[in-house]
Design a protein around this ligand. Structure first.
Ligand SMILES: [Zn+2]
Length: 305
């Protein structure tokens, strides 16, 4: 599943690829993904992309008619960009039908799956295209006026971003009195956004904190963060920074916008390493997998306390 660093990589790729381009047409090949597509999706034809922001794992594409196109990649969503030369080598509408079934694109060689999961295609006036592919169809697309952004239901429930000025004191306020485990607390998007499962496991390992520890135990009586919580916040920021620098972890289905793969995955210290030795110098522990709230947690019982 693309986590925050992957989504940021996609944002930067889209920024280079489609900023200031005018949408000529949107090809919509199914009714929706996790939710139905907005009924007025096709009305973005004629608008120009004037900005691309990220909030948590939502991409917010600013259009010049004061609307915002929201895109969430779900479990397996990705964009592939085609310049006008590449796009023009294929038939204009690229609508083919397999055995009378779902319409497919003819970009399947690049986007994968024979083009049958290319659900949306943005055609720009310069002939270039952006194709959205999502085999597992957990992605989300929404369209709203910018003035409604503060009350957009998916966005209004989100906690702070994990970069400056967010810090240990903010996390302490969020954790005070909470009996939930620290792992689940930092996965909670109301506490802080974008610390997905992989990065939560890695941050806790670096901080030497057990994922099972009660969140409230990391807050002093006066509401200030303990030293251990300060350490955890530092490691969350570092882990995410490193992942951003390497273009995300690129697990399974994920590819960044230009189709290249990131390479953070081989640097994981605990994630996906059940039964293997802990990588911390002199620890000698063995990585264990437990399940917390239906999600795998990987940690070293010896050095994470
Ligand atoms: Zn260890």
């Amino acid at each position: 599943m693309p986590e925050l660093p992957e989504v940021e990589t996609v944002r930067q790729g889209l920024l280079q690829g489609i900023l200031n381009r005018t949408i000529e047409e949107v090809l919509i090949r199914r009714e929706g993904l996790r939710y139905p597509f907005p009924q007025d999706l096709a009305t973005i034809a004629g608008t120009t992309v004037i900005g691309i922001r990220r909030r948590a794992k939502y991409l917010l594409i600013d259009l010049d008619d004061d609307r915002v196109l929201l895109s969430h990649l779900g479990m397996s969503g990705r964009y592939t960009l085609f310049d006008s030369d590449e796009a023009s080598s294929a038939p204009h509408h690229l609508l083919a039908t397999v055995n009378g079934g779902v319409p497919v694109s003819s970009f399947g060689e690049r986007t994968g799956y024979g083009g049958k999961h290319d659900h949306l295609e943005f055609i720009f006036t310069d002939g270039s295209r952006a194709v959205y592919t999502d085999p597992r169809r957990f992605g989300i697309v929404d369209l709203f006026h910018r003035m409604d952004e503060p009350v957009q239901p998916l966005l209004e429930v989100l906690g702070p971003e994990p970069f400056d000025p967010w810090g240990a004191e903010d996390l302490a306020i969020a954790l005070k009195g909470r009996k939930t485990s620290i792992k689940l607390a930092i996965l909670d998007q109301k506490t802080v956004v974008g610390v997905g499962n992989i990065y939560a496991c890695e941050s806790l390992h670096r901080a030497g904190l057990s994922p099972r520890r009660e969140a409230r135990g990391l807050v002093k009586k006066n509401g200030q963060p303990t030293q251990r919580l300060e350490s955890l916040v530092g490691h969350i920021k570092t882990v995410l920074d490193e992942a951003l620098a390497s273009g995300g972890s690129t697990l399974n289905d994920f590819a960044s916008v230009d189709g290249t793969l990131g390479y953070f995955s081989h640097q994981f210290a605990v994630y996906g390493r059940e039964g293997q030795p802990c990588t911390k110098d002199g620890c000698g522990g063995v990585v264990r997998r437990i399940v917390q709230s239906n999600r795998s947690t990987f940690y070293c019982p010896r050095c994470q306390r």
